[in-house]
Structure formats: C-alpha cells, structure tokens
Design a protein around this ligand. Sequence first.
Ligand code: SF4
Length: 494
Amino acid sequence: MIRQTKRRTAGRRNFENGMIFQSSKLDKLYSHRLSFYDIPPLDEITLEEFELWAIDRLKVLIEIESCIARSKSVKEMESIIKPLLSKYLPISTLSKGNEKQIELERKKDHYSHFILRLVFCRSEDLRKKFIKTESILFKIRYNLMQPKEQTNFINDNNDKLNWSYINNEEKEQMFEQLFNATGSAIRSQLIMDNENLSINNEQLRQHVKMENFIKLPFEKIPHLLSARSIFIRNGEGYIPTTLQINLLVREFQNMLENNLIKTFQSLPRLDEDDRLLPVLNSLSRNFASVQYEVDSNNENVGDINSQSILTNEITKHYPLCGKHLQKTLSVNHHLRYQGRQQLGLFLKGIGLNIDEALKFWSNQFSANMTMEKFNKEYKYNIRHNYGLEGARNKYRPWDCATILSKPKPNKQEAHGCPYRDLNLDSLVSNLNDMGINDQKDINGVIEHVNKNEYTVACTKVFELTHKNMKGNENLHINHPNLYFDRSRQLEKSS
Ligand code: SF4
C-alpha cells in the first residue's frame, strides 16, 4: 500500500476509472463482513482514496469516542453508530449482482483500518484510544451479523482463535451444570446490553438452551475464571455465545495492540514518504478537523442580519460560548481581539455577510467610540476575516478544539469555552438562563466539566435544551456552528 521507492511520475497506474478490480477477493480476503485485519493491504489506491477513506473511518471512531464519554450503553451506541456506518463505512451482505459494490466496501474498510493504524500507532495514548474505539466498532458489527454469519466468521478464523464448539449431545448432558454456572453471568450481560430488559428464570433457561458453547483451556480465560461465571471441567472452561463476544473482542484487542507496536517500529521508513506524511500528520494533529465543515460561502442566509442576530429568535440557538460573547459585547460595547475573532467568525459561519457584519460591529461599538475610530481600528480586521484584505484567505469559524487550544481568557476577555473558563456559580447561572434548572441535570453537566470533558458537557446541554424536539439526534458537539445549525434544524422540523 505504501510506496517504498522514490516517486515515479511517468507510467504510474491510471486511476481514472476509480477502483481497479483485480481477481475477486471476495472468496479469500474479504469473505466476511468482519475482519481481524491480520493481512495488510497490497493493492495501490489513490492519494485521494487514502485520505477520504481514513476520514470516513475517523468520523465513525470519533462518534464512538463521544458515546464512551457520555457513558452510552452498547445498545444505545449501536443505534447511534448504525446510521453512521451505513453512510461512511457500510459492510453490506453479499447477494447476487452486488459483488463489485461489496468488494469496494470491504476494501475501504480494510484499507481505512490500516491507514489509521499509521496515524494512531505513534504514542501510547493514541494507541489506547484507537484500540478502544476499534474494539467497540468490531463488537457493534459482530452484533449486527446473523448467528450463522457469526459462527462462520469464528470457524474461518479458528486458526487464530482455537475455539472448539461442543455438540448438542454434550450440551444436553451437562445442561444443568452449564445453566447453574453461566446463568447469572448471561443475565448480567443481557441487562448490560439492554438496561430495560427484565428476564425471569424460565426465560433465562430458554435463552441458555439456545446458546452455542465453546470449550477452551482454562489458562486462556483467566478473567472468566476469576469472575466464576463459567462451568469448568477437566481443565476446560465452557463459554456460552453471550460471553464469547467479550472473548472475541479481547483477541481482537491483543492482536491490534501487537500490530500497532509493529507499525510504530516500521514508521521511520514511512517518514521518508513525502506524499503520505502530510496527510497522516493532518489526520493525527486534529481529531476535530474532520468533523464539521462550515460552509464558508454561507454569507447570505435569509434571516441573518445585523438586527436579527440580537433577537432571542436567533440567539437562543447559540451555544454557551456564543451567548457569553454576545452578552459581554452588549454590556461592554467592546470585545478584545480573541473574542472579536471567535464571535465574528461564528457569526460569519451562521450566515452574516460582510455588509451586515460591519453594521453589527459598528453599532455595538458606537457607544464607546466614534465611527472614525471604528473605521480606523476595527474595520480592516472584520474585512480581513471575510477574505477582503491582506492575504485574502477565507477564514473559517473556530471549532471547539481550536477554541480550547487558545490561551484562557483573562478578566477583561470573554473568548474561550465557558464550560472550561467560567467559575461554577457563573456557569450554573448561565445554565439556569438556558432553562436548565433541575439539580440532577445541572449535576450531570458539572460532572463532565469536572472531568475536563467540555464538549461532552456542551452536548449534554444541547440534549437537555432540545429534549422535546422530534428528531433530537445523538450528536456530539464539536463546533459552535454545528450547535447553531442543528438547533435551528430541529426547531424547523418540530
Ligand atoms: Fe462553544 Fe464548543 Fe465550548 Fe460548546 S464546547 S461552549 S460549542 S466552545
């Protein structure tokens, strides 16, 4: 997959037709919807595919990470991740006539996993993050497969797993022992996966009858032995289907951990590749940069103008950082540089065009200064943000990661993220102003603040303030403009 020689400009393979299909890999490499990713990719792909496929996988992993931070159960995660998987990383079932599409989907899955290994092998923290999110992705996908498909997957990977299934006769003979030993662990696992589930003893018995048991030497399952959750006989542990997924995920994690270390050791060779390195660096530098794209030409949205952005109709959709900046500006008729940048670019992102922006800022500052002073000291900077001065770059609104990477505001400043920068009393008073008064809800937000999970706290506030709206999706706030856009969309569709 990675070029080992210097760049060839003549005679390079032509990718105009997109993917080049060699002999079908569906029978060998891509025979299952799930993979242990034990065989590295060898075909060439374009640089564009390299980057796009990695970004698509990253979007799914970021959402998983957000679910972990919000303590979502496996079932909740499944319902959040499923639509993202269909959009960014589908792994459809094979049927007659869709072989090419399936091969492309599985190839994307295969390559994107290996590309992100290159990105996330570089430090222990990154490796941990990657292993955790990839393991959950593996588990979700496993749960989406039919039981027959799961068994086929395990059978075909048995060279790595060394699992052996017991037959029905053996199971019937020892059913009572199996039920007594594993029943409560199965019940706990089922409830953990679906917290609303209630299951009586008879239902549990029926469930255990449906389970396929494997037996493994006890030294391979010390964690199950110490939990006393399985039946042991003659040095072998009997593990039901419900508990096998954790065992499978553990195998996946161990293999991935070893492989990430090996990838890290081979990085020096990769560092010579002048085409891949910038892509990998940009992927690893800013997790948030791939999340939400503000339309930078979005400067003409019908109802956004210098007057409307002062009304509750519009400001009620601002995240707390936007509200805090707007409030400070209204009180002081001034904002320091970082605050002007943060609010100005946010307003540009919601659709305030340059003429209306100049009107807005000059009106706000007029209580403190003459128009002449405003034109002399502030106008240039506002036009600069719209790409009309200097290098004429079209600057984008700051995302949460950028905001959180700036120095904290001092007493005269209002930029930053209020979940990080306000003291507890002010934060609670702001939450009250947003309609969050229930102490339990407030504690839930503060809990994330105390763990430095500011975007999770903001997401929680979004959920609380939009909870009665139809279509309130599971969304992780990573950008103030994302908060604004989704809040307005939800209002329109309710
Ligand atoms: Fe603003 Fe992001 Fe902080 Fe929310 S988390 S208040 S959107 S900076």
